[in-house]
Design a protein around this ligand. Structure first.
Ligand code: ZN
Ligand code: ZN
Length: 332
């Protein structure tokens, strides 16, 4: 029995380590190197050779060995193990795609089968998937900030006081579960709809739709958004795409920056919701929530949201109970 668990544990840890080599993972060495090159290019273009000094924090041992960074690593490994245990393997995306496929058929969408040229279908599929995926990430993130109970769990991500590419994994498992359901919902809806409307034409969806957009996003420096390197995209591009500097504003400790820049790739959702703030190469920010959770260890990060939730529930229950009679109260 113990042997089985040991094999499972070592296997999962090895898989976590292999993320550094896996091109489908954001922290793969390729994307870490490409982020560095994007920053090198833009800084040199803007500031000449002096611009390279701005990359200093990316290579600083003080940042990588900071207690906050060590907590990032701890949460990354432990969350992997927990989510691998909790999320049932049977709950696959394909099961949901099949269920939705038969649902769309039952309401007659199958009769609409459109015979559009395959390149158009693939292009339309990629665009629909990208827009729905990006908006659903934005909106889920918006909810994590606006719903007080959800914020309890999301504050774990904001408790990082220094940012490294591994801060992306600094989340509470409850948030991991919420984002898993989000991806399940968006992927299943788009894939099943396209399979019904365009039978036998979306078999390449994975290559063109998912991998294509994720690959470009990661290649263009997604890792810099969680780093101490402050890089904006310039006045024009900044209005359309979330730059590393914009996401760093999202992590700022300053009250003026609370609930700003929820987006992942496109900045248009934030502009529509009135939460957009452009980034600037020279912004000087402090990161964290400024609350006690910033100092918590890995286990503290896990327990603190649950403890706070239990305390709130207890207070709420007590406030609904009739007040106790004082001991010497006269009988009526
Ligand atoms: Zn947030
Ligand atoms: Zn973040």
């Amino acid at each position: 029995m113990l042997d089985t668990y040991w094999v499972w544990l070592t296997g999962e840890l090895a898989m976590a380590g292999s993320s550094l080599l896996d091109m489908q993972k954001r922290v793969s060495w390729l994307y870490l190197v490409s982020a560095l090159m994007v920053a090198c290019g833009l800084f040199t273009w803007r500031y000449g050779r002096n611009g390279l000094r701005r990359l200093g924090p990316l290579l600083s041992p003080r940042i990588w060995l900071h207690p906050s960074s060590r907590t990032d690593f701890g949460l990354w490994l432990i969350n992997r193990l927990v989510l691998a245990l909790v999320i049932p393997k049977a709950l696959t995306h394909m099961a949901w795609v099949s269920w939705l496929y038969f649902f769309w058929q039952s309401i007659g969408l199958g009769d609409l089968a459109l015979g559009w040229p395959t390149p158009v279908v693939i292009g339309l599929f990629s665009l629909s998937y990208f827009l729905l995926d990006d908006f659903s990430r934005f909106f889920t993130h918006w909810l994590l900030h606006k719903v007080p109970t959800l914020w309890l769990f999301h504050q774990v991500h904001h408790s990082a006081t220094v940012l490294t590419p591994f801060t992306v994994f600094r989340t509470h498992p409850v948030e991991g579960g919420i984002f898993f359901l989000r991806s399940l919902g968006t992927q299943s809806v788009v894939v099943s709809l396209f399979v019904v409307l365009f039978p036998n034409q979306v078999s390449l969806w994975q290559i063109f739709g998912v991998l294509g957009t994720t690959f470009i996003f990661n290649l263009l420096g997604a890792n810099l958004r969680h780093s101490q390197v402050v890089l904006s995209f310039g006045a024009v591009v900044e209005r359309w795409f979330i730059s590393p500097a914009q996401h760093q504003i999202h992590h700022s400790k300053a009250r003026i920056h609370y609930d700003r820049n929820f987006g992942v790739t496109l900045a248009i959702w934030d502009r529509l919701f009135g939460s957009w703030v452009p980034g600037d190469d020279d912004q000087a920010l402090q990161y964290g929530t400024g609350q006690i959770i910033d100092q918590k260890s890995v286990w503290g990060q896990w327990w603190y949201p649950i403890e706070t939730l239990l305390k709130r529930a207890r207070r709420s229950i007590l406030s609904h109970l009739p007040p106790r009679k004082p001991k010497n109260a006269p009988r009526i």
